[in-house]
Design a protein around this ligand. Structure first.
Ligand code: XMP
Ligand code: MG
Length: 180
C-alpha cells in the first residue's frame, strides 16, 4: 500500500473537492464576464486530477489541451525548464488558462507565461492547486490558488516523487525514509 509511505495528510480528498467547486465558480464568473473562450492548458502530468475536477464544473465555452514541461528531478529543482510536449491547438490570439499542480520557485510559470506571450496569446492566466510561496525565487503569483502549503515536499492528487504517488486521492507529506 503506497499510503503507508505517507507521514501525514495535508489536504483530504473532500477538502480538495470543496475548494475545486469554489475555484471553478470564480473562474467561470471571470470568463463569463470577459466573454472569452479560453484554452485550458494542463501542464502534464501533475495537473491531471486537478484539471479534471475543475473543468467538469465549467459551464462556459472552453477548449482543453496539454503541455509537458520539466524542471524537476527527484525533490530538487534543476533550474532548467524544457518543453517536452507542446500543445496541439494554436494559441495565437487566444486566452489561455494554465493549470498547474504547484507553484514552487515560480520558474516554470515565468517561462511558460513568457512562451505564451511570445506566441501571441491575448491573455494568460494560471490556476494552481497548491502554492509554496516560501520557496519563490521569481516574482510571480498564480491568478487562482487552491491552497497555500508549507515548505515540505508533497505528493498525491497528481504530484509525484520519482513518478510515484500521483494516484493518491489526497495531498500528503512523504515519510523522510522514502527519499533519504
Ligand atoms: P517551480 O519551482 O518551477 O516548480 O515553480 C513547479 C514544478 O515543480 C514541481 N514541484 C513539486 N512536485 N511535490 C511535487 O511532487 C512538491 O512538493 C513540489 N514542489 C515543486 C512540480 O512539478 C511543479 O509543477
Ligand atoms: Mg508540474
Amino acid at each position: 500500500m503506497i499510503a503507508q509511505d505517507i507521514e501525514k495528510v495535508l489536504l483530504s480528498e473532500e477538502e480538495i473537492e470543496n475548494r475545486c467547486v469554489e475555484l471553478a465558480h470564480q473562474i467561470e464568473a471571470d470568463y463569463k464576464e470577459s466573454g472569452d473562450t479560453p484554452i485550458i492548458v494542463g501542464l502534464l502530468k501533475g495537473s491531471v486530477p486537478f484539471m479534471a475536477e475543475l473543468i467538469k464544473r465549467f459551464e462556459f465555452p472552453c477548449e482543453i489541451d496539454f503541455m509537458s514541461v520539466s524542471s524537476y528531478d527527484g525533490t530538487e529543482s534543476i533550474g532548467d525548464v524544457r518543453i517536452l510536449k507542446d500543445m496541439d491547438l494554436s494559441c495565437k490570439n487566444r486566452s489561455i488558462l494554465v493549470v498547474e499542480d504547484i507553484i514552487d520557485t515560480g520558474r516554470t510559470l515565468v517561462e511558460v507565461k513568457k512562451m505564451f506571450k511570445n506566441k501571441g496569446c491575448l491573455d494568460v492566466r494560471c490556476v494552481t492547486l497548491l502554492d509554496k510561496p516560501s520557496r519563490r525565487v521569481c516574482e510571480i503569483e498564480a491568478d487562482y490558488v487552491g491552497f497555500e502549503v508549507p515548505n515540505e515536499f508533497v505528493v498525491g492528487y497528481g504530484l509525484d516523487y520519482n513518478q510515484k504517488y500521483r494516484n493518491l486521492p489526497f495531498i500528503g507529506v512523504l515519510k523522510p525514509e522514502i527519499y533519504q
